[in-house]
Write a protein that binds this ligand. Structure first.
Ligand code: NAX
Length: 330
């Protein structure tokens, strides 16, 4: 029997947590022969609900699930963890400015970064889902002294999956035939779903979908605004699809990327790729080499239209960093 992999999840009693934990416990991250431990982190008001979630996990009697630790203590929550999935954060309330939200959530991620550095396993990798996820991940990485920045990620996979689904529906293809779809930049309404390099059944999207006006207009807008459309329809924000995207992200970071393809995730920019500024967490085309190593895919063509969109979303990330600069140690 393999040694268990420990996964910590913050915001574990929230709606994404509820859609995520049962899939992790049933083997969706690491396969059907890999035991897992779960360390579930909530703030005090969330602990009663978390107790109920743990009772349900017990009642599933998952063969792969070894240990479940519910806690509001960050040191205990990140002890020995191999994967930290940071889902919990404070939602934006009416009247709250974006900068206020950045500041409130930013403080959560300084403490979590420090606790990860102090307690996690030496191979820890951290995926931030809680919004604003790129800048939260930056704060977390900057405060996790001694943990390499290439071990921090922010989730843009939901946006990639949404974009693939839209292209599939428009073309009549199956979404699994859509490849090479990169989300550039921020997980926000400025993100750029790059259709210019995407393929459907191995052919450029622009050869399959001749409606360029739709690609440059409604397609991008639909992907950018999909979260708001889900809220309008469901009365609650995306949860199952967000949990699914978190699982897809980890699976894609653990397994080699199929030849010629890439996946989207925000990584720490060292300033050497596509002219993207150093020191922000920006989504780019990523290829996983082996479990634990990845690289930015080089040479993806960026035309003038794409460059304008990438500049806008990178500009927003730089503004976000400026708004939280006090939380980022030099
Ligand atoms: P919920 O409000 O249902 O759950 C959040 C949970 O986090 C609550 O149980 C709360 O008690 C807990 N929490 C708050 N502060 C915490 C802290 N400091 N430590 C531990 N737990 C804490 O939100 P949910 O729908 O689950 O969404 C969670 C986050 O995901 C939100 O920030 C949301 O904006 C973000 N999303 C990110 C997406 C992405 O693609 N990156 C898409 C979906 C989602 O919108």
């Amino acid at each position: 029997m393999k040694a268990p992999i420990t996964v910590s999840v913050t915001g574990a009693a929230g709606q994404i947590g509820y859609a995520l934990l049962f899939r992790i416990a049933s083997g969706a991250l690491f396969g059907p022969d890999q035991p897992v431990n779960l360390r579930l982190i909530e703030i005090e008001p969330g602990m009663p609900a978390l107790k109920g979630v743990v009772m349900e996990l017990d009642d599933c009697a998952f063969p792969l699930l070894r240990e479940v630790v519910p806690t509001s203590d960050l040191n205990e929550g990140f002890r020995g963890t191999n994967w930290a999935l940071l889902v919990g954060s404070v939602p934006r309330k009416a009247g709250m400015e974006r900068a206020d939200l950045l500041g409130i959530n930013g403080k959560i991620f300084t403490g979590q970064g420090q606790a990860i550095a102090k307690n996690a396993a030496s191979d820890v990798r951290t995926l931030v889902v809680g919004n604003p996820c790129n800048t939260n991940a930056l704060i977390c990485a900057a405060n996790a002294d001694g943990v390499s920045k290439d071990r921090f990620f922010a989730m843009t996979r939901l946006d990639e999956n949404r974009a693939k689904s839209q292209l599939a529906q428009k073309s009549g293809a199956h979404h699994s035939d859509v490849t090479n779809l990169c989300i550039w930049g921020n997980h926000s309404a400025t993100q750029y779903p790059d259709f210019t390099n995407a393929k459907i059944g191995g052919k450029p999207v622009t050869d399959v979908i001749s409606d360029e006006e739709w690609l440059k207009g409604d397609f991008i807008k639909t992907v950018q605004q999909r979260g708001a459309a889900i809220i309008a329809a469901r009365g609650a924000s995306s949860a199952a699809s967000a949990a699914n995207a978190a699982i897809d992200t980890v699976v894609s970071l653990v397994n080699p990327t199929p030849a010629g393809d890439w996946h989207s995730v925000a990584v720490y920019s060292d300033g050497s790729h596509y002219g993207i500024a150093k020191g922000i967490m920006a989504s780019m085309p990523i290829r996983t080499l082996t479990n634990g190593t990845w690289e930015v895919v080089e040479g993806v063509p960026v035309n003038d239209f794409s460059q304008g969109k990438i500049d806008a979303t990178i500009g927003e990330l730089l503004e976000e960093r400026e708004a939280v600069k006090d939380l980022i140690p030099a």
